[in-house]
Design a protein around this ligand. Structure first.
Ligand code: 13P
Length: 283
């Protein structure tokens, strides 16, 4: 079923939990995500990032996800993750995506606000949710840039200005999390997260879910996070399962080799749904 993301995030905020947002790149990981969330009775955001959108095509991604949004027994929202261009967001809105992210976090505050406003101008008339980002998510971006050092941290006064001037629906926050696997334990600035949460009404998004320990995700939810993005573990599980099973099975065909991949992804993502505490919350 489909429920607007605004409503799902509001329910999560009221209930003290987060909606998991899982990245998909193929039909197989999408199926695994939907199946697991149906079993766990959890609402879910399924997210194609800008590279998947570019290579698979936005219309194909939306076509697959539209079936899930129509047929799944739990709320499903298809989302364009980390788009770095206004035109890609426009195309996503045109093919029916109910939610898009415009990531202009590497630019000045003024340009970030301006890009969000431009996306909102064509997204909101069609009821499409818009996520922005302030501060930076550490690690390698989809554009190949490596974000490190001290400039990643979101500033409270900038968050207030961005929200007031752009009208963004939800905001990814740079508080020390990183995309991909971490070398050590992430150092998340929960104090800054709480300050941002107190300063703005906008629902907050945690990126880099794969490498964050469960207790830190819980702490982030306590301090205002209502959406948790998880990607790398899904791609990693698919590749590792394929590698292992292909080595062991010389009669494999494309179908027989993918069923165990779906099962492996299901078991890999289940802990994040439970950590988000969104299980049992589907309506
Ligand atoms: P991970 O790949 O680290 O789980 O992060 C996913 C993400 O934040 C997508 O936006």
């Amino acid at each position: 079923m489909f429920v607007p993301l605004k409503d799902l995030l509001e329910q999560a905020d009221q209930g003290g939990y987060a909606i998991p947002a899982f990245n998909y790149a193929t039909l197989w990981d999408l199926l695994a995500i939907i199946k697991t969330c149906e079993e766990e009775k959890s609402p879910v955001i399924v997210a194609s990032n800008s590279q998947v959108a570019k290579n698979v095509g936005l219309a194909y991604c939306q076509g697959m996800a539209a079936v899930a949004m129509r047929n799944a027994s739990v709320p499903v929202v298809n989302h364009l993750d980390h788009s770095f261009g206004i035109e890609q967001c426009r195309e996503a809105v045109d093919v029916g995506y109910p939610s898009v992210m415009i990531d202009a976090s590497k630019y000045s505050l003024e340009q970030n606000i301006d890009w969000i406003r431009q996306v909102i101008a064509f997204a909101h008339p069609k009821g499409v949710h818009v996520e922005g980002e302030l501060g930076r998510i550490k690690g390698k971006t989809l554009e190949g840039e490596f974000v490190e050092g001290e400039d990643f941290l979101i500033q409270v006064d900038e968050a207030k200005r961005l929200v007031e001037e752009s009208g963004v629906d939800s905001l990814a926050v740079g508080i020390g999390t990183q995309h991909g696997f971490y070398a050590g334990k992430p150092e998340i600035n929960f104090k800054r997260l709480a300050e941002v949460n107190a300063a703005i009404p906008t629902k907050l998004v945690l990126h880099g879910g794969t490498g964050i320990p469960a207790e830190d995700i819980r702490e982030a939810i306590k301090n205002g996070i209502n959406k948790v993005n998880v990607g790398t573990i899904i791609s990693h599980t698919m590749v590792e399962t394929l590698r292992k099973n292909l080595a062991e099975d010389d009669k494999a065909n494309s179908l027989s080799i993918m069923f165990p991949v779906v099962e492996a992804i299901q078991e890999a993502i289940r802990p994040w749904i439970r950590t988000c505490m969104s299980n049992g919350k589907a309506r």
